[in-house]
Design a protein around this ligand. Structure first.
Ligand SMILES: [Zn+2]
Length: 290
């Protein structure tokens, strides 16, 4: 059950509980930027895991984008998810080049903020909240309490190998459904350790095994289905050739003469696309024959 979100209702439809082990997905995302700061990678992995879990709540053409802005406002972590489980996420180049922190708390700082945009094209809802806990899981729960008045619990984890490569990434999301008893979320929180052990083994477990385990700790467990999740961005280098159009020809010639390359970054997945001087020369030649 790699990268698949298991969707359940527990306590007789009073609480939504979604589980994921998205190790492969996070591995792919981390490969794009190839950077090794464990604190930034952990913050990114945890944010992407939350976006992954929330993707299972989207419908039709809905999309959900989140931006974490750290106390230093140029430092940002973006995630993007759609209802088909296409997940993207990255720490921006500024954070990767400048950020030196020992803890996530330090990285977020006292003035962090979460912005969430959810909806379809023109019909979008944007919410912004602060990050009083300096903790990604707790601050996302705070977001839902503030902007949607729902009681939510997130637990995300990532385990690293000694050399800084990813070992395991997993998380769960629990949300109280309308008219449910408030204390139920507390019960789930108390069982976090048990849920974490289920999540660690998720890639090697069957659906029946998972449901049996949940039944041991919670009443009224109901399996409602799976959602797939995978890294996917539709961007390509060809799409970024348009960027060359927007640059003045004399300026491009200057780049060619000085041997500089141009880099453009996809603002959905964070992939960098480089245009070297040969590519610019080709572009200028083709441009002049049209
Ligand atoms: Zn992209």
């Amino acid at each position: 059950m790699k990268n698949r979100i298991i969707k359940t209702l527990i306590f007789n439809k009073q609480l939504r509980l979604y589980l994921i082990n998205n190790t492969e997905l996070i591995e792919e995302i981390l490969q794009i930027k190839e950077q090794s700061n464990i604190i930034i990678n952990t913050a990114l992995a945890n944010s992407v895991t939350i976006a992954t879990l929330l993707s299972a709540t989207l419908k039709g053409n809905q999309r959900l984008s989140t931006t974490l802005t750290m106390s230093k406002p140029k430092y940002k972590i973006h995630t993007d998810a759609d209802a088909h489980g296409n997940i993207r996420g990255y720490a921006n180049n500024y954070l990767l080049s400048q950020g030196q922190y020992k803890t996530i708390k330090q990285l977020i700082g006292l003035k962090g903020a979460i912005r969430m945009i959810k909806g379809v094209d023109m019909n979008q809802f944007t919410g912004i909240t602060d990050m009083p806990y300096q903790n990604i899981d707790k601050d996302f729960a705070h977001y839902f309490k503030q902007s949607e008045q729902t009681d939510t619990l997130f637990k995300t984890h990532v385990d690293w190998e000694g050399n800084g490569t990813i070992k395991n990434s997993y998380g769960f999301y629990a949300q109280l459904l309308p008219n449910s008893s408030e204390g139920l979320l507390k019960i789930v929180e108390e069982k976090s350790e048990m849920l974490i052990s289920i999540l660690k083994g998720l890639p090697h477990s069957t659906e029946v095994e998972v449901i049996n385990l949940l039944n041991r700790y919670f009443s009224g467990v109901e399996f409602i289905g799976y959602s797939s999740a995978q890294f996917f961005c539709g961007c390509s280098k060809a799409m970024f050739y348009g960027l060359l159009h927007s640059i003045d020809k004399s300026e491009l010639k200057e780049y060619v003469q000085t041997g500089k390359s141009i880099t453009s970054t996809c603002n959905i997945c964070g992939r960098n696309y480089h245009f070297n001087t040969d590519e610019m020369k080709t572009y200028l030649r083709e441009g002049s024959t049209n």
